[in-house]
Write a protein that binds this ligand. Sequence first.
Ligand code: UT7
Length: 325
Amino acid sequence: MRGRIIAIASYVPETVLTNYDLEKMVATSDEWITERTGIRERRIAHDEQAASDMAYEAARLALRRASLKAKDIDLIVVASVTGDMPFPSTSCYLQRLLGAKNAAAFDINAACSGFLYGLHIVNSFIRTGSHSRILLVGTEVLSRFVNWSDRTTCVLFGDGAGAAVIEGTREKRGIYSTHIASDGNLSELITLPGGGSRYPSSTESILKKRHYMKMKGNETFKVAVRTLSDIAVKTLEANKLKPSQIALLIPHQANLRIIRATAKRLGLPDEKVFINIDKYGNTSAASIPIALDEAVKSDRVKDGDYILLEAFGGGLTWASALLRW
Ligand code: UT7
């Protein structure tokens, strides 16, 4: 028995913020952002939208595609670092919005690796038989936590959500393996320091701008390329596959240069690498499910294909998964 994604869907807000818009806000240029990151535009949630609202849009579409009702779901797992509030969990808000009355619900925080950490968890639940129909969602409203006067971070992030319905199968398809890793010694590279028990909300905390995301981009970049390459190789070895047998690599969309460098180390040509960072920027835990949805919709994924997923983010955390579609 293994888990299988029987439906995937995504949602992005309508408002588009282009690199040219950012040129009017900070000392940056479309040329710098495009060359250094591959990002051309990103989506921004409207003022009333919280993480659970976007999760709801993606989740109800995923349920429709699975021909299921919300009451058929027995577990909801939400991966996010920008949840509605510290508690209750965003997954409980999502449960309420969906009316998924037969589900248990909890959140996980593994930053940009959150969806793949979630896949690892829900696949284990399916294999043990504890749950049979699971909704796994990555949803982020990063625009609320970006310092819009800090050009080193504000050009990078965007908002969105992606949802997967996962069921057990005995067929030769589904989730073949998942791999998770972290290094807490590197926790200071990407942080949102304010609002927790270390630096609770206060006037001082706000004045020190602790409620905004901070990132040491350059250091993060180097670790990302190394760890992603390592975990991708480990995933192929665990499945006794050669890189040439992978039909599509769907990487976390943080930086086009990171994506290209890891693909190159695996020897994968451009046509085997899915890229949508130009449209959405880095949507953290939503990045992989949005990309997977778009890859499926655009026929880049066919039945029986081996698909490699990989992600990297705050923690530091990194993770991968090998799917047979
Ligand atoms: O998903 C979570 C994981 N996160 C990541 O994977 C992010 C990893 N890191 C990155 O993607 C890249 O490091 C960045 C895109 C964040 C930065 O690219 P970089 O090539 O590492 O640039 P840098 O930080 O070394 O900065 C180079 C220069 C600096 O100027 P000086 O000191 O050389 O004069 C920056 O001040 O570029 C400057 N700079 C900018 N210039 C125009 C930084 N941000 C901007 C900007 N526009 N937006």
